[in-house]
Write a protein that binds this ligand. Structure first.
Ligand SMILES: Cc1cc2nc3c(=O)[nH]c(=O)nc-3n(C[C@H](O)[C@H](O)[C@H](O)COP(=O)(O)O)c2cc1C
Length: 168
């Protein structure tokens, strides 16, 4: 699949909004992910408001790109609604990657910002959006049209030393 091989973290964006249809497609792609016992623990908060994005950019030292992004998705779960909390990070990781791949396929670029289990970032998001205690923020995915010097392009990372056949 081309999107898998070409996806790169894109951290600079054009000053151009992302169309609603594309936002819808990325959300649909995320929700197509596999999850333990098909528990689908995910929820999404879509942020396009400039002031909110500016505040989100202050989550930590590695999230400054959010300030000039047109769009960010906050991925989270609610512990009270989860059927198997144990697999929550894996389920959310699969949804996150699906979202990024769909973004790539749509001509967009994005970057995944880790939140779970960095307590300070989890608290920052919970405070910012006044989320109740049982909410577990997982990550932020920032998306936009790739800006100057940024593009999705293939980088070969295949490493045969990491592959074991039959025995370790
Ligand atoms: C769990 C996770 C957390 C990440 N957190 C950040 C982050 O806080 N800021 C950032 O700029 N990139 C972040 N990234 C993106 C990685 O830096 C990036 O995926 C990696 O350098 C490989 O580059 P590529 O995405 O272009 O293949 C994160 C990626 C993952 C999977």
């Amino acid at each position: 699949m081309d999107a898998i091989f070409n996806r790169r973290s894109v951290r600079v964006y054009l000053d151009k909004p992302v169309e609603e249809e594309k936002i819808d497609k990325m959300l649909r792609a995320a929700m197509q992910a596999p999850s333990a016992i098909n528990g689908q623990p995910w929820e999404f908060l879509v942020v396009q408001d400039k002031e909110t994005l500016k505040k989100l950019a202050k989550m930590g030292p590695y999230s400054k790109m959010v300030e000039k992004a047109p769009l960010a998705f906050i991925l989270f779960g609610n512990k009270k609604k989860m059927r198997v909390e144990q697999f929550f990070p894996q389920d959310m990781g699969a949804a996150s990657e699906n979202l990024l791949l769909e973004a790539t396929q749509l001509g967009l670029g994005g970057v995944w910002l880790g939140v779970y289990t960095v307590q300070q970032r989890e608290e920052y998001i919970k405070d910012m959006f006044e989320m109740p205690e049982e909410v577990a923020p997982f990550g932020v995915i920032v998306v936009g049209y790739p800006g100057k010097g940024q593009e999705n392009k293939f980088v070969d990372r295949y490493d045969s030393k990491r592959v074991h056949y039959e025995k370790y």
